[in-house]
Ligand binder design. Structure first.
Ligand code: SAM
Length: 238
């Protein structure tokens, strides 16, 4: 995820937004953490990090990459099959200020509703979810037959899936992602980084506004869901 210059810029922006949202001393849950590049960065910047990934090879890399911070108790990693992760956290206590999912882990999950229920449980009051998701409107994908074949599905249903090496790869519209969980409301949508041409903001750490031109030029979109009172209130009332 660091070969393309635009991906490197997207990672830099995603991290900058995370550190803006979560002050030092607060806790981040990194879902689909991969090799731990972000987890280590957040921990080095004074955040506590818990991370989860489904892939044992990614987790092995993560453990080596973050060894010192794991030993110091600044990072914890859970590696388990996805069904087990959902089960283990069904009654989890709220311990985190932000859930992150960088470079598309949410695109590899078939049904986001149960996952957001877990996020709702893991988050403290005022918590949020920040995810970088594949942009279904990226101009670079228009050269592929699969994009055209699935366009009617995207328009009608707001989503479609393609086969992938690890799991099905979902592309979802922002409208579809806005409806994913009643306990959350989508409060921010920004472009990741432009694949070509100048970045609209002119500042490598800031994505700028989501104009139509910015939308079609980026491979990833950053979405921020804020947790409404409804999640906690619903549970308190139950
Ligand atoms: C493209 S990688 C991004 C990794 C990391 N977030 C980063 O920014 O480098 C997507 C990650 O999601 C993980 N993943 C896929 N399905 C998952 C699931 N159901 N639960 C958790 N992680 C999953 C993969 O193993 C992979 O590490």
């Amino acid at each position: 995820m660091s070969a393309r210059a635009s991906d490197r810029r997207a990672r830099e922006r995603f991290r900058a937004r995370v550190l803006e949202i979560v002050p030092p001393g607060q806790a981040v849950f990194d879902f689909g953490c991969g090799p731990g590049l972000d987890a280590r960065h957040y921990a080095e910047q004074g955040r506590l990090v818990h991370a989860y990934d489904v892939d044992p090879q990614m987790c092995a890399y993560f453990r080596a990459h973050c060894a010192t911070l794991i030993a110091r108790g600044r990072i914890a990693l859970r590696c388990a099959p996805y069904a087990q992760f959902l089960q283990e956290n069904a009654d989890a206590a709220p311990r985190f200020d932000l859930v992150t999912a960088n470079f598309g882990p949410l695109n590899l999950v078939d049904d986001l509703a149960p996952l957001f229920e877990i996020f709702d449980r893991l988050l403290r009051p005022g918590g949020a979810v920040l995810a970088s998701v594949l942009n279904p409107h990226c101009l670079a994908d228009l050269r592929y037959l699969w994009w055209w074949r699935n366009l009617p599905r995207l328009v009608r249903r707001g989503r479609y899936a393609l086969p992938g090496a690890q799991a099905r790869i979902w592309r979802r519209t922002v409208g579809e992602l806005a409806r994913v969980a009643p306990a959350f409301h989508l409060s921010e949508v920004t472009p990741g980084a432009a694949l070509f041409g100048p970045d609209p903001s002119g500042d490598p750490r800031r994505p700028g506004a989501l104009t139509t031109l910015a939308l079609v030029r980026c491979r990833y979109l950053f979405l921020l869901w804020r947790r409404g009172a409804s999640g906690a209130a619903r549970r308190a009332a139950a």
